[in-house]
Design a protein around this ligand. Structure first.
Ligand code: AMP
Length: 425
């Protein structure tokens, strides 16, 4: 019989890969705490209705949807925001605002598998609910900057935009919501020609085309030129004002915004305001993205609640760390193998291993029943331990064990009660 493989697009994360993902999770979680976000854990399986309500055609088509045994149409979550918006209208409805919520876990999309694009991937997700102020948008951009910095990335760029600009123009030209979403989805993929072809008004098309082709020297110049270009488009101008206020706050706080993209759009339908993404030069894909969604909680039956959030793609952050040769800053802890010399010392040796673990020392017990020399050879070859603790009859009688330093190849006798301390120091 042939061996089993993972389902296409699904991966096993082997120890080294799992270590990096867990490292990024730890940094994201620490950042959440630093910004005052509290973690919630929501189900991976949710009602299809909830997940499809406002996610947009693109994601709807890529969801893993199925009937459970109770004949309910359910899906694997393709993102976190819908689940958090559900919480905001149910169990967390009465929580004081602003509400800051963090989540981390796997999400599922039937994307075409390639480097940095999987069908099961990891996200850390931050939602800030209850404030319509630009400082709330700024906080979400800043915490994203902190996550990138805290994992050790050196070279990344933040791109800022505002869906209110494109939506404002189209609304003024009476383009229906559904069509607006179709246009934005194509703009998100930079399929500008296909996007513009959907619009029947020449004037509307020209204004959008002008935005796409707008030339500018700096992020502030971009905002200035947008204002000039959009004279007479009141809603779009309000959006530019808002974008300008957010840009000012973020840059004043010391975080650099590399680009303001006047024709920036994102695939998710629920965005209503500022949107942003993080990129690294070596990859043509986003490491994270988010924005403002002021209507979603209302659509889910809650009180009108302005909100802004972001999701970071942890697998892609891990890839960027690898390409930028980012070292994991982890505390180096000493590790030992514990080897009894004879059958009769097994019990005592296990007890010593337990004592070491209780003291926080990583101890592997010789479970293969090998002779000492063989066990030593293996420990040496694998380079997974700093010391071997050898438990023999003669030393035990004196309350001691033999500690062998596997790199220096020296060995000493150590009193059992001093063992953990000696190894740690
Ligand atoms: P989105 O919810 O589409 O804004 O996605 C947020 C982030 O998740 C993106 O910026 C990516 O970093 C990551 N992401 C999205 N789709 C995938 C995928 N198929 N594989 C790996 N990461 C992804």
């Amino acid at each position: 019989m042939s061996t089993f493989q993972t389902v296409r697009g699904m991966r096993d994360l082997l120890p080294e890969e799992a270590e990096v993902i867990n490292y990024v999770i730890t940094k994201a979680r620490q950042t959440a705490t630093l910004y005052g976000f509290r973690e919630v854990i929501t189900p991976i399986v949710e009602p299809y209705e909830l997940l499809s309500a406002k996610s947009g055609e693109e994601i709807r088509q890529r969801m893993f949807t199925f009937k459970d045994l109770g004949d309910r149409t359910v899906a694997l979550r393709p993102e976190f925001t819908a689940s958090i918006a559900r919480l905001a209208t149910t169990a967390m409805k009465n929580e004081p605002k602003p509400l800051r919520v963090f989540s981390v876990g796997s999400v599922y999309r039937y994307d075409e598998p390639q480097k940095g694009r999987y069908r099961e991937f990891w996200q850390s997700n931050f939602e800030l609910m209850g404030s319509a102020k630009p400082e709330a948008d700024a906080e979400v951009v800043l915490l994203t900057n902190s996550v990138m910095k805290n994992v050790g990335l050196q070279d990344y760029a933040i791109k800022l935009g505002h869906v209110g600009v494109l939506k404002g123009i189209m609304t003024q030209h009476s383009v229906e919501d559904k069509m607006q979403n179709a246009v934005l989805q194509r703009m998100d993929k930079k399929e500008y020609e296909a996007a513009l072809a959907l619009i029947s008004s020449d004037e509307c098309r020209n204004v959008l085309q002008g935005l796409i082709e707008l030339k500018y020297d700096s992020v502030f110049d971009a905002v200035k030129k947008m204002k000039t270009h959009l004279q007479g488009y009141e809603k779009a101008l309000n959006a530019v004002e808002n974008l300008s206020a957010i840009l000012k706050l973020v840059t004043e706080s010391g975080c650099e915004i590399e680009t303001v993209d006047p024709a920036f759009a994102r695939g998710l339908e629920y965005y209503t305001g500022m949107i942003f993404e993080v990129h690294v030069p070596e990859m043509n894909i986003a490491l994270g993205g988010g924005g403002r969604y002021d209507k979603l909680i209302e659509v889910f039956g809650g009180e009108p609640t302005p909100a802004v959030g972001v999701a970071h793609g942890l697998d892609r952050i891990a890839l960027a760390m690898q390409s930028q040769k980012t070292a994991l800053k982890t505390e180096e802890k000493k590790k030992v193998v514990v080897v009894p010399i004879r059958e009769e010392q097994k019990g005592e040796a296990l007890k010593i291993a337990q004592m070491l673990r209780d003291a926080g020392v990583s101890a592997k017990f010789e479970v293969m029943g090998r002779k000492m020399a063989k066990a030593m050879e293996d420990a040496d070859k694998r380079k997974e331990a700093d010391y071997a603790v050898i438990v023999g009859e003669r030393e035990l009688k004196e309350g001691k064990v033999v500690v062998k330093d596997l790199s220096k190849r020296t060995q000493t006798e150590v009193k059992i009660e001093e063992l953990a301390q000696k190894i740690k120091s």
